[in-house]
Design a protein around this ligand. Structure first.
Ligand SMILES: *Cc1c(COP(=O)(O)O)cnc(C)c1O
Length: 445
């Protein structure tokens, strides 16, 4: 097999390897795959990446994803050659990841009970389609193009379909999106229509929609762009890359994410594992993943709230039976994931094993927050002049909760990821119309 870049099963007892052009998202025994690289990029690239912040007429320097292209070189091209970049790399004219970097937000810091100098929030909602998904879609669609795909397929709680639709329209590909009928924000659904995606309504929840879309991709040669696609994970590594770069590659104490399908914490974990192995960072930040109370699979399992066993990656030998029994229990009791934060309304996180690996590597934590806590988190970001959606409010609410529990210390350096912008126009209207809400400013007659 040609080295350089290849696919590798995440299970150490399996360890199967594949050519980079493979499009099945699982190994033949059903495990998730990683993109693997045989070289160790030189830390001299830190200067190159910094210089690219002055893009000098290159959309690949402008892009917050492709600015780091040497660390995502699964195409195995000469990344200093503009012609090769233009031929292979998919970009929304350099806009993906371009506006995203960490900011201080004083009111958020006060609300969360941490020092304003050490709290950073990184709004990923300022991506072209309005969520962090564009970071990973740029790389997944690059791989799709590399292998000659005509149609991409995804299941979505909304933002994946908006992003996939936008990239597909730009690349002249077809795009089918499977959505749980009636359970996605209208602003997200309308984007998928606007970009000409074929909507497939599934009678069920996101977990059902994902199952159906994976079957369809397998049986009809569609290309899956959900976060089970290892190339999605590659692009989303640039979220922590940008955060770390802005902090001078001086790793923070914490990186905090909302948790849905757990692709994002999986990317963060993989980014940190690689940077550490390559000698780019010495300290390993801890990942905190914040579930909604009504969709708390990772938190329940990680914290031993099911059968009293704390589920761990366990060096690649997690207790998968425990996960299956947890899911069977949900099924038996008719428990459906339920939260107003539809982006994280997921009961069976498809990347749970990669997520566990990320938490193990970073000595991470998992917790839950309520819907009203997320709405307060979303709203306080607004008072600092930043727009985010309810699921992103989980990062802020989660930081506050972990500070209250003494797990995050007041002076710890914390980067919270605000995953998407507001696409549910009535949510802030309803929040502010009710004077009982903590930050409500009701209309005046
Ligand atoms: C997709 C999404 C999430 C969940 O991310 P995962 O990688 O699935 O855990 C959280 N917030 C927003 C806004 C999203 O679009």
């Amino acid at each position: 097999m040609q080295r350089g870049s290849y696919l590798k099963c995440i299970s150490p007892s399996c360890g199967l390897e594949y050519e980079i052009g493979r499009t099945d998202v699982y190994c033949e025994r059903g495990h998730l795959l990683d993109v693997a690289y045989s070289d160790s990029p030189s830390t001299d690239l830190k200067d190159v990446f910094y210089e690219r912040r002055n893009p000098q007429d290159s959309i690949f320097n402008e892009s917050g994803v492709w600015r780091f292209r040497e660390l995502l070189n699964f195409c195995q091209i000469d990344m200093t050659d503009d012609a090769q970049c233009s031929k292979y790399l998919v970009s929304l004219d350099g806009a993906e990841g371009r506006q995203s970097k960490p900011y201080h937000m004083s009111k958020v810091a006060e609300f969360a009970g941490v020092s304003g100098d050490s709290l950073w929030l990184q709004p990923e909602g300022y991506n072209p389609s309005g969520s962090f998904k564009d970071n990973g879609m740029a790389t997944a669609v690059t791989h799709a193009k590399m292998v000659g795909v005509k149609k991409i397929i995804c299941a979505s709680t909304g933002n994946t379909s908006a992003s996939a639709g936008m990239f597909a329209a730009n690349e002249g590909m077809d795009c089918d999106v499977y959505i749980p009928a009636g359970q996605i924000a209208p602003g997200k659904l309308s984007q998928a229509y606007q970009f000409g995606a074929q909507i497939v309504q599934v009678d069920g929840n996101f977990d059902d929609a994902l199952r159906q879309s994976l079957d369809e991709a397998q049986n009809h040669q569609g290309y899956t762009v959900n976060s089970v696609n290892p190339f999605r994970i590659e692009g989303q590594k640039t979220i922590p890359f940008r955060a770390l770069e802005y902090l001078g590659w001086d790793a923070p104490d914490w990186l905090v994410y909302p948790g849905g399908a757990l692709g994002n914490i999986s990317s963060c974990g993989k980014a940190l594992m690689e940077l550490h192995r390559w000698g780019w960072i010495k300290k390993i930040p801890r990942i905190a993943v914040i579930n909604a109370e009504g969709a708390g699979t990772m938190s329940d399992l990680y914290n031993g709230e099911f059968e009293g066993e704390s589920l761990r990656w366990n060096k690649g030998h997690p207790n998968e039976d425990l996960i299956q029994r947890y899911y069977a229990g949900l099924e038996k009791d008719g428990i459906r994931p339920k939260t107003g934060a539809t982006a994280i309304q997921i009961g069976r996180p498809a990347n749970i094993l990669k997520g566990l690996r990320a938490l193990e590597f970073t000595d991470g934590v998992a917790t839950t927050v309520s819907d009203s806590e997320m709405l307060d988190g979303m709203s306080i970001a607004g008072l600092n002049g930043f727009d985010c959606e309810m699921a992103s409010g989980a990062s802020i609410a989660g930081i506050k909760k972990l500070v209250n529990k003494g797990i995050i210390k007041k002076d710890d350096t914390v980067v919270g990821i605000l995953t998407g912008r507001q696409k549910d126009a009535m949510l802030p209207v309803d929040y502010h119309s009710d004077p009982k809400n903590r930050f409500a400013r009701p209309p005046r007659a």
